[in-house]
Design a binder for this molecule. Structure first.
Ligand code: B12
Length: 446
């Protein structure tokens, strides 16, 4: 029978004899084990093996504190880690109820205390104490859910996302909260992470570096400190909203992130990463110019919020270089310029956008005021292309030509035209413009 409830006031049907969704009392397995076998607590050290895959089940273990890695060896000889379990978990029950053989290996990976229970004691308490049997069932249900979410991770997510999910789970289970977020609180190696995420160690190193760059975590020796999970979620959603969000979504997530007090540099990085992803998909042919235009607009909407927060926090950003950009006088085509300028920002350049219909005098004033490394101009009309030549002449007359590299672009421009008007470079589209700027600033003698 399925009931669809349209409003919260709708009364739930009372079925005689059926306990309407009343959850069993949350009996804590560890408390029960301590109540019955307090003298059984034993310390274990990193490297101790509780049982090997293929061993018969002869004991059950309840973790009082510490961390135990559960892994299995595939027929191809690959180790796959099912999880790193902490306080309150029960080891051995599922295998006992199935065929009495351990399907996995349990290895202690941190200083750990365990309560050991024999089969006869376990069976005895299960029949005598319904609280214990409920707690055992709950543990087994949790184990099933972990396997389900692992299967989902493997089917739907890449290694970096899988690593992130696993770190969040570990932090949830073993973490120690602090002002920054949560410290992992478990001694885990890159090898352990690789087994957990089903990736190799090199991938783990790269993914960790990427998560660090995103500002999601920080390491200190072997310590891993994650930012709060709700911060990660907002930053993820901000990046996604640049790629595929609706109007105003990126702006909303940027505002939420600021209200939550997330470091504005991290918020900016999330926005830029969204745009980088757009650029990557565009280069692979998965997105077209229209998609880029949408994404540029999302980014344009959200940027002022973040820039204000950065300004208020008195943070100075390290940019790759400064670019003054505008569409020349007589021309009001804005879209191409905005796209190029957003991609330049996403790649770490500071862009001062002068807008459209910009006179030669305004360009030159901006060069004087902002001292940019590059002056970029856009023109879409054949009639306004020559205005670029005029700007360069005025720049020369003002004595500023040697200060900046000049880059030009627009649909009907050609490399030859760019050379003839005295520009230093031309690019046919946005990506080429970013590459050109990058090559100039990373190699100043070019
Ligand atoms: C949208 C559009 C408009 C919009 C502009 C809205 C806006 N906010 O920008 C409106 C309706 C206002 C408009 C007006 C006009 N337009 Co108009 N417009 C277009 C259209 C359809 C699309 C331009 C566009 O945005 N493309 C998408 C962007 C992403 O591409 P993009 O601009 O080329 O930019 C890319 C590259 O060129 C490069 N790039 C651009 N700038 C720079 C700069 C640097 C430094 C670098 C590295 C790269 C770079 O990177 C970008 C991304 O890859 C084009 C047709 C076309 N197919 O281009 C006509 C077009 C540009 N327009 C044209 C004309 C004639 C006009 C009008 C004169 C029409 C009229 N009779 O009123 C007016 C002029 C107004 C003025 N004074 O500027 C002509 C130009 C013909 C020509 N060769 O001179 C075109 C080509 C249409 C045509 N086939 O006739 N237009």
């Amino acid at each position: 029978m399925i009931y669809i409830c349209q409003n919260a006031e709708f009364p739930r049907p009372i079925i005689p004899g059926y306990n309407n969704l009343v959850q069993p009392a949350d009996t804590n397995l560890l408390d029960l084990a301590l109540e019955h076998w307090p003298e059984r607590i034993r310390p274990y050290n990193r490297g101790n093996i509780l049982y090997w895959q293929g061993d018969p089940v002869d004991y059950f273990y309840v973790i009082q504190k510490g961390a135990v890695k559960i892994s299995s060896l595939s027929s191809a000889g690959k180790i796959y880690s099912h999880g790193i379990l902490g306080s309150g978990h029960l080891l051995g029950a599922t295998d006992y109820f199935l065929d009495g053989i351990h399907e996995t290996t349990a290895e202690v990976i941190d200083k750990t205390s365990l309560i050991t229970i024999s089969i006869s004691e376990f069976q005895g308490l299960i029949t005598r104490d319904s609280r214990f049997s409920t707690a055992v069932m709950r543990e087994m249900a949790k184990e099933a859910r972990v396997h389900f979410s692992k299967a989902q991770d493997l089917s739907f997510f890449d290694a970096q996302q899988r690593l992130k999910h696993n770190l969040i789970k570990l932090a949830d289970e073993h973490g120690l909260k602090n002002d920054e977020g949560v410290e992992l609180g478990v001694n885990i190696t890159h090898e352990d992470m690789a087994e957990l995420v089903n990736a190799n160690r090199t991938t783990i190193t790269l993914c960790l570096q990427e998560l660090k760059k995103l500002g999601y975590l920080r390491t200190e020796g072997r310590r891993i400190i994650l930012i709060p999970v709700d911060h990660m979620n907002v930053l993820d959603r901000l990046s996604e909203s640049v790629v595929s969000g609706g109007i105003g979504e990126a702006l909303d997530f940027a505002s939420t992130a600021s209200e939550m007090g997330i470091d504005p540099v991290k918020v900016l990085n999330a926005l830029m990463n969204g745009m980088k992803e757009v650029d990557r998909r565009y280069a692979q042919g998965q997105l077209d110019v229209n998609d880029i235009m949408w994404s540029s607009n999302h980014m344009k909407e959200a940027l002022p919020i973040i820039e204000t927060a950065i300004h208020q926090a008195n943070i100075s950003l390290n940019h790759l270089g400064r670019i003054v950009f505008g569409t020349v006088q007589g021309d009001i085509h804005d879209i191409g310029k905005t796209m190029v300028s957003m991609l330049l920002k996403a790649r770490g350049f500071e862009v001062i956008d002068l807008g459209v219909d910009v006179s030669a005098e305004k360009f030159v004033e901006a060069v004087e005021a902002y001292q940019p490394d590059i002056l970029a101009m856009s023109a879409l009309l054949t009639t306004t292309q020559l205005e670029m030549k005029h700007v360069i002449e005025v720049l020369c007359n003002a004595g500023f030509r040697e200060r900046v590299k000049v880059m030009v672009g627009g649909t009907s421009l050609t490399p030859r035209f760019a050379r003839e008007i005295g520009a230093d470079g031309y690019a046919h589209e946005a990506r080429g413009g970013v590459e050109l700027a990058w090559s100039w600033l990373s190699n100043p003698n070019s």
